[in-house]
Design a protein around this ligand. Structure first.
Ligand code: ZN
Ligand code: FE
Length: 255
């Protein structure tokens, strides 16, 4: 693996990620919910920080930026479309633009839905994607700004990546997501197994994030509108995947 990923729990249920390119030692941080635990992690490893990658404008993903850039020389990277509501960007990116961490080559995906202008950072060779509040462990972000169709388009872009891709998402919401997933696809044996694993991880205070895309494809209801069981339970056997996705998202909002 060319990127070493450190998961940093922040605030009550957020995750930031430190990603270090093993060939060059160039180190990036994805999202900054708060500075202290991130600076402590960098200090403990004796690592500097070169880049801060921001996924979207919500406070719980950016509020630690001023304190982290005061203590490091990190350059801030984010979506051009969101430059007006992000901390000052040194590099403003559009979908398809490349973003490298040393020798690890990445590309920006527009994954709007949770917010308009939410981006993900995909490192194909390192088989890692930083998705924050778009595709999440057993879930997807609530639609604060985008439409159902936009979120479905965003999830569809990620669903076709290499199934061995590590999905680094922004929150520890997995147990609650599992209760919802079981309400729409209770006979899914992969899901049943995952829900048990989540309970034991929670009991030991071990993060359930990141997760493998293959596991999300097998268990995450928001990637499974094609599932015959879900379609029967929603009484939507003949609907489009996009419409079934929208109904799953609506039900989650009211769960
Ligand atoms: Zn958010
Ligand atoms: Fe968030």
């Amino acid at each position: 693996m060319s990127l070493e990923i450190i998961t940093v729990p922040c605030l009550s249920d957020n995750y930031a990620f430190i990603a270090r390119d093993q060939e060059t030692g160039v180190t990036a941080l994805v999202d900054v919910p708060e500075a202290a635990p991130i600076l402590a992690e960098l200090d403990a490893r004796g690592w500097g920080l070169d880049l801060i990658l921001l996924t979207h404008h919500h406070d719980d993903h950016i509020q630690g930026v001023p304190e982290v850039i005061a203590k490091t020389n990190a350059k801030v990277v984010g979506a051009k479309a969101d430059a007006h509501r992000l901390p000052k960007l040194d590099m403003a990116l559009n979908e398809g633009d490349s973003i490298n961490i040393g020798a690890s080559e990445g590309v920006v995906l527009d994954v709007s839905g949770h917010t308009i202008g939410h981006i993900a950072f995909h490192f194909a060779k390192a088989k890692t994607i930083f998705t924050a509040d778009s595709l999440m462990a057993l879930g997807c972000g609530r639609l604060f700004e985008g439409s159902f169709a936009q979120m479905w388009e965003s999830l569809s872009k990620m669903a076709v990546l290499d199934p061995d891709t590590l999905v680094c998402s922004g929150h520890e919401y997995t147990a609650a997501n599992g209760r919802f997933a079981m309400s729409v696809e209770p006979e899914n044996t992969d899901l049943q197994t995952r829900v048990k694993e989540i309970a034991s991880a929670n009991a030991k205070d071990v993060p359930t994030v990141p997760s493998l895309l293959s596991l999300e494809l097998a268990t995450n209801p928001f990637l499974r509108p094609h599932s015959p069981e879900i379609r029967v339970n929603l009484n939507m056997q003949d609907a489009s995947d996009a419409d079934v996705f929208a109904e799953i998202r609506r039900r989650k909002d009211n769960f």
